[in-house]
Design a protein. Structure first.
Length: 154
């Protein structure tokens, strides 16, 4: 007796001669064959792309293009809020792009939130630094200017 794959099967109740293990029904190559890499899946079957196709196993679910990378804000925070926080913000912004290209929704979203937090802290510190610098300049200018009140040797 032959099975659909062209292999000989022993009569019912006997063990096959291949290693002593009985052949389990349902195991083996699929009946329709495997689609070649890059070709669409047969009708009615989900694509084998995995995480890249929306709705088929994407953790977190959602649109990868909707995740912001805050690259412009990260570059601005490099100049406004400080060198160190700006560098870390740019690095996290680059990670967002990397995770989006890999199709990793959850990590891209987490890196985006971290980038936003770093940019916000850097902007706040930059604003406080600018206000402090303006106050220091005003105090320094007013302290160095003096007026002479009736003294001849001013």
């Amino acid at each position: 007796m032959t099975n659909p794959y062209g292999q000989q099967q022993p009569p019912y109740g006997q063990q096959p001669q291949s290693g002593g293990f009985p052949q389990q029904p349902g195991y083996g190559p699929p009946s329709g064959g495997m689609p070649a890499y890059g070709q669409p899946a047969p009708y009615g079957q989900p694509p084998s792309g995995g995480f890249g196709a929306p709705g088929y196993g994407m953790p977190g679910g959602g649109d990868l293009n909707a995740i912001k990378d805050y690259k412009g804000w990260a570059i601005a925070s490099l100049f406004l809020g400080g060198l160190i926080l700006g560098i870390f913000a740019i690095m996290k912004s680059n990670e967002v792009g990397t995770y989006k290209m890999q199709g990793n929704y959850m990590m891209a979203e987490q890196a985006s939130r971290t980038t936003k937090t770093l940019c916000l802290i850097s902007s706040i510190l930059g604003g406080i630094g600018c206000v402090t610098a303006i106050i220091v300049i005003i105090v320094a200018v007013t302290a160095t200017t003096y007026t002479c009140y009736g003294y001849s040797y001013c």
